[in-house]
Design a protein around this ligand. Sequence first.
Ligand SMILES: NC(=O)c1ccc[n+]([C@@H]2O[C@H](COP(=O)([O-])OP(=O)(O)OC[C@H]3O[C@@H](n4cnc5c(N)ncnc54)[C@H](OP(=O)(O)O)[C@@H]3O)[C@@H](O)[C@H]2O)c1
Length: 235
Amino acid sequence: MPKSIAVFGAGPGLGQAVARHYAREGYAVTLVARRPEPLDRLAKDLTSAGATAHVIAADLSDTGAAPRLAERIRAEAGNLDAFYYAPTPNAGFVSAASLTPSHAQNFMPLIFYTMLALVQEFLPHMLEQRHGAILTAQGGSTVQGLPNMSGPSPAQAAQRNYLQALHAEVADKGVYVGMLYIGAAIKNSAFHAEMERAKAAGDPVWEMPTVDPEHLADLLWTMHDTKGPREVRYP
Ligand SMILES: NC(=O)c1ccc[n+]([C@@H]2O[C@H](COP(=O)([O-])OP(=O)(O)OC[C@H]3O[C@@H](n4cnc5c(N)ncnc54)[C@H](OP(=O)(O)O)[C@@H]3O)[C@@H](O)[C@H]2O)c1
């Protein structure tokens, strides 16, 4: 039976690159996002390269649906050896000065609560096997508050705090918790496409380097494979 990973947020940027990388490493891959068509296309690519891929369309901001989602994953792909959780809101950055409670709260289910629910679903088996990985990738504003980059960032910081604590509890029980923090625009992603559009239109854009998602997927894999540091920042 091949090892199994779920990619929660299997979008065109990093999610897809993580799926491809783990498929090459021999993992069966379960792809999760809201729109089934791009997931089906990616699954077709993966299976034509000899991998096993499952597609589950789901809205990860619906935390109450996480147990049913986990049941579906177990039914189709079995228990997970790893999961990557980074569904991207892709909109909603505002200044800290204008951030309202309801705007901040909007991001909590997708970024924090559903991840918690999925950890509750999949961690017990990982601990039983003394083997597994829980991986995330977030922006640099998770680690360091930045002007005009509030909105999702406080929810991402809550996720980070939780994962740091989880790492401290499970690292010596065979489960690796890995966090990658990215201060660059990821090629192929919706964010990068919007940045290119804004640049071409002469609109103001954040100054940041760009990075290939394959490079980041390779970094995440190395963190997991070597059980390296719990957190890595790029660049
Ligand atoms: N893109 C960048 O330049 C950049 C820079 C720094 C950090 N990051 C971080 O890196 C991580 C990966 O970013 P990425 O841009 O490369 O993302 P990605 O892997 O290209 O895509 C993530 C996918 O999440 C899915 N998603 C969004 N809301 C969802 C929901 N409610 N339920 C289920 N799925 C949902 C979207 O697909 P559907 O629309 O089909 O649901 C989207 O395609 C994210 O945590 C992001 O914050 C990104």
